[in-house]
Ligand binder design. Structure first.
Ligand code: DX5
Ligand code: ZN
Length: 223
């Protein structure tokens, strides 16, 4: 099975957003990964509904929205109306995570849960059957272009076992520092979806970079 590739719009050129959206439309990418940051949960502010509007107008693929905001429940309906197909909330921001996931599904979206690098996979044990996607952060959320945290490999394998054990159909998405070095190992430990921002948009040929990610062959780390 080939991985789902989700280029992150955070690394696009916002002066040429429509051009970059069309590039993704015409590429082998499967989803648009959309990072919304509030400057409170994470030390950065990205964009909100005006950019969602542009995506809704021009993007021809699944909109995978990653909310890095406090109190995400307040905006679930608004993101559904703005065209989100998958909406991920951070585990660390939800007091009543089960309720938040039900609210996302009630709006017709797939429900995702993002976890920070320090958040244990085992905390998802009693909710994994209700999650459509776990967005596993392999960097501290807030910025593109950061270095991949190696502990993610074992976390990903652990999550995969939990998903199998609980008979869940949840997908594993890896977010942060994905490139040609990390992608093959991530696929070998169970990743289904690869988000890539800097690696795609800083490439000379972003479309070819997306195609090569799509054709990644899984392999384990060399000792
Ligand atoms: C980080 C965001 C990521 C980011 C990934 O907070 O959630 O989606 O865009 O960027 P790269 O691929 O550059 O690490
Ligand atoms: Zn993200």
């Amino acid at each position: 099975m080939k991985p789902i590739i989700a280029p992150s719009i955070l690394s696009a050129d916002f002066g040429n957003l429509q051009r970059d959206i069309e590039m993704i439309n015409n590429s082998n990418a499967d989803w648009f990964h959309v990072d919304v940051m509030d400057g409170v949960f994470v030390p950065n502010i990205s964009f909100g509904f005006p950019v969602m509007k542009t995506l809704q107008q021009h993007a021809k693929k699944t909109l995978d929205v990653h909310l890095m905001i406090v109190d995400p429940d307040r905006y679930i309906k608004a993101f559904a109306q703005a065209g989100a197909n998958i909406l991920s909330v951070h585990y660390e921001t939800c007091t009543h995570l089960h309720r938040s996931l039900q609210a996302i599904k009630a709006e017709g979206m797939k429900a995702g849960v993002a976890i920070n690098p320090h958040t244990s996979v085992q905390l998802l044990k009693d909710i994994i059957a209700d999650i459509d996607l776990v967005c596993m952060m392999s960097v501290n959320p807030g910025f593109g272009g950061q270095q991949f945290i190696e502990n993610t490999y074992s976390k990903c394998a652990e999550l995969k076992s939990l998903i199998i054990q609980k008979n869940s159909s949840c997908l594993i998405e890896i977010d942060g520092g994905v490139n040609d070095k990390t992608a093959p190992v991530l696929l070998a430990v169970g990743a289904d979806v690869l988000v890539a921002g800097n690696y795609v948009f800083s490439a000379k040929n972003p479309e070819a970079t997306i195609a090569s990610l799509k054709n990644t062959t899984p392999h384990t780390l060399q000792a």
